[in-house]
Design a protein around this ligand. Structure first.
Ligand code: ASP
Length: 434
């Protein structure tokens, strides 16, 4: 009997987790280890490297193909505003779920709170040295105020398209692709000549994705071994309730997404999950929604039957700005830290309605601004912390389990984008039939 590839992927994930746990033990593999190093090479350098190679041209050509294939320019607007509203609403729901859960469970007030507070200084010094690289990233984000962040974003959107492509700056690529696509339509006859070329290149890029996915079970196995073995189980002891809250919130949000998919998108939850399982697994293992985009695109078009004109536009935009899992996680993390350290120096914050609303709004914004790469959510979380006056030094506390939670939030992020594609496609069909 031939084993289906998606079954193999899930077996590979389980085997990777098992071997990773066995190799890592309580403290995790430190330094070099031939098997873990080989897994890192195959998973990170080869698989994620190849996905990244595909992703920038894919965003350019898929958006171009999407725009030039729209029957009218008005349709771009119709799809565009629906997509933005959908993304904004679902991200807000995600943060809402996270906040309700963290307030109800109160992970920061459970377990060894008194001990952690007492030992904070010592613990922090230890963790900071271990995660220095990430800390540097966080400091970089901290020094930017709201005005500067706004200008940075404008600079990212309006820039040399070749620079945007070479740095995989999706906002810059998307903006240029939409403008170029509209210009191709506007110039009429000469523009029509390049449409088949754009469509052919787009199809060829998707074909490259299929080639790469042939090795997915092995690559995903390697990525999971590499991550889990470096971890060690000990890091979970002081933040176990926090981890449970984030994963619980994500599970509830997935149910909400599936319900929206069933009611508005008219697609059964089972059919949806079956359709995106490969993309989900790749997002889980790579921790990057951008790197997963080629796989999400193939899954949504080929398995879920979403039209190209909708998916080619909705998915690249979603991978860039729609991050339900990240938004949920940021809200939960900040409230957890306030529960845990509230009242200490740099954390003189009262958890009231105003603070909660500020966290809600900034978590939505921070998730929109987060890049679709590993650990990005941790960096933009500084924005949320600063908004309520929580010193960013406390964020170090959740560093230890961040990469682990990144797997859950990234796979939820791509699920949110895919539900968006199903729902918008359905809406556009209904509009066309009306
Ligand atoms: N890794 C996430 C993504 O690519 C972003 C995050 O760190 O939350 O979607």
């Amino acid at each position: 009997m031939r084993i289906k590839q998606h079954s193999l992927i899930f077996v590979a994930m389980a085997a990777g987790a098992g071997i990773g746990l066995w190799l890592g033990g309580a403290d995790g593999v430190k330094g070099s280890h031939w098997f873990v190093d080989t897994c890192e090479f195959l998973g990170k350098d080869i698989f994620i490297g190849a996905l990244k190679m595909i992703v920038a041209p894919l965003i350019l050509f898929s958006i171009l193909a999407g725009v030039v294939s729209l029957p009218t320019r008005g349709e771009l607007w119709q799809i565009g505003w629906r997509t933005l509203v959908f993304y904004f609403v679902t991200t807000s729901i995600a943060v809402g779920i996270g906040l309700m859960l963290v307030l109800a469970i109160a992970p920061g007030e459970r377990g060894s709170r008194t001990e952690i507070r007492a030992k904070w200084k010592e613990t922090r010094a230890e963790i900071v040295s271990e995660f220095e690289a990430k800390e540097k990233k966080v400091q970089g984000a901290k020094s930017r105020g709201a005005g500067e962040t706004m200008r940075d974003n404008v600079k990212r959107i309006i820039q040399n398209p070749f620079k945007a492509l070479s740095t995989a700056n999706s906002l810059g690529i998307i903006f240029f692709a939409i403008l170029l696509g509209v210009a191709i339509i506007v110039i009429g006859e000469p523009g029509r000549a390049v449409v088949p070329v754009i469509e052919a290149i787009n199809a060829a890029i998707m074909e490259m994705t299929r080639w790469l996915m042939a090795g997915a079970p092995l690559f995903i196995f390697c990525l999971i071994v590499a991550l889990i073995s470096r971890y060690g189980t000990a890091v979970f002891s002081s933040v176990a309730w926090y981890v449970v809250t984030v994963i619980g919130g994500i599970a509830i949000h997935i149910c909400v997404l599936l319900a929206i998919c069933a009611v508005v998108g008219k697609k059964s939850p089972l059919a949806f999950l079956r359709g995106i399982r490969k993309a989900w697994a790749v997002a889980f293992a790579t921790r990057s929604s951008a790197a997963t985009l080629p796989v999400t695109m193939t899954a949504v078009q080929e398995e879920l039957g979403v039209s190209k004109r909708v998916s080619e536009f909705v998915l690249p935009l979603g991978a860039t700005i729609n991050m339900d899992g990240t938004a949920l996680y940021e809200g939960v993390a900040i409230i957890f830290l306030i529960q845990l350290f509230g009242g200490m120096e740099g954390a003189m914050i009262e958890l009231n309605a105003t603070t909660t609303i500020v966290i809600f709004l900034t978590a939505v914004l921070a998730s929109i601004g987060a890049a679709a790469v590993p650990d990005a959510g941790l960096v933009t979380m500084v924005l949320v912390a600063n908004a309520v006056g929580l010193s960013e030094q406390y964020i170090v506390m959740v560093f230890a389990v961040d990469a682990f939670l990144d797997m859950f939030r990234t796979s939820t992020n791509i699920m949110g984008d895919s539900v968006g594609a199903v729902v918008i496609d359905r809406m556009m069909d209904r509009k066309a039939a009306a």
